[in-house]
Ligand binder design. Sequence first.
Ligand code: FE2
Ligand code: FE2
Length: 274
Amino acid sequence: MTDLVVRRLLIDLESPVGRHWCGGDAFRSAFFNALSMSFPVGEQFFIDSVRNGLKSLPAERQAAWKDEVQGFIGQEATHRRIHALFNAHLEKQGLVNDWERRARERLKMMDGLDPRHGLAITAANEHFTALFAEWMLSHADLFQNTEPRLKTLWLWHSAEESEHKCTAFDLYKALDGSEAWRLKWMRRVTFIFLTDTLRQTVNNLQHDGTLWQWSTWTSAARFLFGKHGMIRSSTTAWRAWFRADFHPSQQESALSENWLRDNMAAYTVIGQPG
Ligand SMILES: [Fe+2]
Ligand SMILES: [Fe+2]
């Protein structure tokens, strides 16, 4: 069981966000904007999946999970609310969120399915977010020359993703979720997640008018495929999922703990399991 607290982030989300808010870099801004656009719909799905998972446990086993599930839901609900505020600035910039529309269409197919499917999808996505989170926390220089409030937003979200990375996975296991479906859903989620990220990033760059600038492509190459790039750095952690003895707790989370400890002034704790 993981002790999860819910935090209120003390940052200004009223002031407009610059178009190239991420260190003046068009590609990185478009990429993180794409991820942010997926959060309100995606994180609501994770909340619903974990809530349904809890309800599917026999009544006598639910009490042991209540605090962790409440913490998970509280954290994701805060993320989606804050990212919705951030996304409203993107909309004002003329960016168009197509990811959310596609995701809503796909989610209709989940109606009536065994709740363990939703949990397996959530656990797979959480593996992705946790490994990207750790990568972001270890490459905080990505946010060099970024307004401190926005750097805080992304690193706070990363830290909490790393913190609650076990919840959906553990609940899936507690419900005897099959190994075959765990692996199958990761393959599907990987394809869908990467395709959606790419499509929305390109869409954002198109609307920003920077898709065909040389600097956009050199930044993309460095960010994704460079020596310390996201893909090279994350492949080993992603692959670990396919080991029979995999558990999310095996993956690094010290940076998350350090960030939360060193940045207490950036948030207040609003909920703690009783
Ligand atoms: Fe989140
Ligand atoms: Fe999460």
